[in-house]
Design a protein around this ligand. Structure first.
Ligand code: ZN
Length: 314
């Protein structure tokens, strides 16, 4: 059992747990403009796993009559490259994926800093001076994203921490205890209407920004989804657990609550999510090999995948 599967077996509240997202029409509020988004990271070329995810977003947008935001998640400057962004846009156009507006995370760093400052001012975020190695050495519990932060810097004197920050690199962490105390018990909902108890403690005091990254994935997506009026979030099942802490951040920042659909992922022979190393499965390679976008769409829609590739739940 992989890590995510292990954590997914945690008990949760579900009202319509036996229904899938497609069994119940979504008519929460048709008067409101519904929006969903596709949010790839330009760390390499898009492969069929991304195309599958893009088509999942497209299908839900069509079903809901929702508008689509394409968001380029390019905060990680060491891994993201502008040429990959360009290639990504080309690939998506080739695939026939339509988007109504484009958001680029690296344009929004000031906004993320503002939100972190807001959380810090409210006592919900604190500076962390620990290196990754120190966290690994001190952690006693494993979470879905690695060791759970043991809280080393949580109770540092704020004045001393401010002084240390003059000379030492630091990140920011969410004080999840303080945030949970502030907002009380939370739930999140999926497209089917199923309701899940939010358990942010599964991830602990997550990073809001790290020494080398001005905003963490968790912080940036929560702020972007709210600022972009994303009402319906379609994303891979690997992000299921992140939803617990995203819900906490939304509540702590008094942001609207979106609904979620976590789609199944394409995996390889070893059970891993497709990655950059699967060069032969990039949209570029398929195009160059003579495949048409229509053919690829038809194959993915009908779950015809290259040898060794399958859906995680299958
Ligand atoms: Zn620390």
């Amino acid at each position: 059992m992989n890590r995510v599967a292990a954590f997914r077996s945690t008990p949760y509240v579900t009202k319509y747990g036996d229904k899938t997202a497609h069994d119940i029409p979504q008519v929460e509020s048709r008067a409101m403009t519904m929006r969903t988004r596709f949010a790839p990271s330009p760390t390499g070329h898009l492969h069929i796993g991304h195309a599958y995810a893009a088509l999942a977003v497209e299908a839900e947008a069509k079903r809901l009559g929702a508008r689509v935001t394409l968001r380029i998640e390019d905060i990680d400057a060491t891994r993201c490259k502008p040429e990959f962004t360009e290639a990504m846009l080309d690939d998506l156009r080739w695939l026939g994926f339509h988007w109504d507006n484009l958001v680029v995370q690296s344009d929004r760093l000031d906004r993320y800093a503002e939100v972190i400052a807001q959380l810090a001012a409210e006592g919900l975020a604190y500076r962390c001076f620990c290196t990754r190695k120190e966290v690994q050495a001190a952690a006693t519990k494993m979470g879905p994203e690695g060791p759970i932060y043991p809280g080393t810097c949580r109770d540092l004197d704020p004045e001393k921490a401010t002084a240390r920050a003059e000379t030492e690199p630091f990140g920011w962490r969410l004080n999840h205890h303080a945030a949970m105390d502030r907002v009380g018990p939370l739930t999140w909902r999926d497209f089917s209407g199923a309701e899940y108890q939010a358990q942010p403690e599964l991830l602990g005091d997550i990073l809001l920004a790290s020494r080398d990254r001005p905003a963490s994935y968790h912080l940036a997506v929560v702020v972007d989804d709210a600022d972009g009026h994303i009402s319906h979030i379609v994303r891979g099942q690997d992000l299921w657990l992140a939803t617990h802490v995203h819900r906490l951040l939304q509540a702590a920042l008094d942001l609207p609550e979106p609904v979620y659909h976590h789609h199944v992922l394409l995996i390889d022979e070893t059970g891993r999510k497709l990655s950059k190393s699967h060069g032969s499965l990039t949209l570029q390679a398929l195009r160059q090999g003579g495949m048409s976008a229509e053919q690829l769409r038809d194959d993915l829609t009908n779950h015809r995948f290259p040898a060794g590739i399958r859906l995680q739940s299958a």
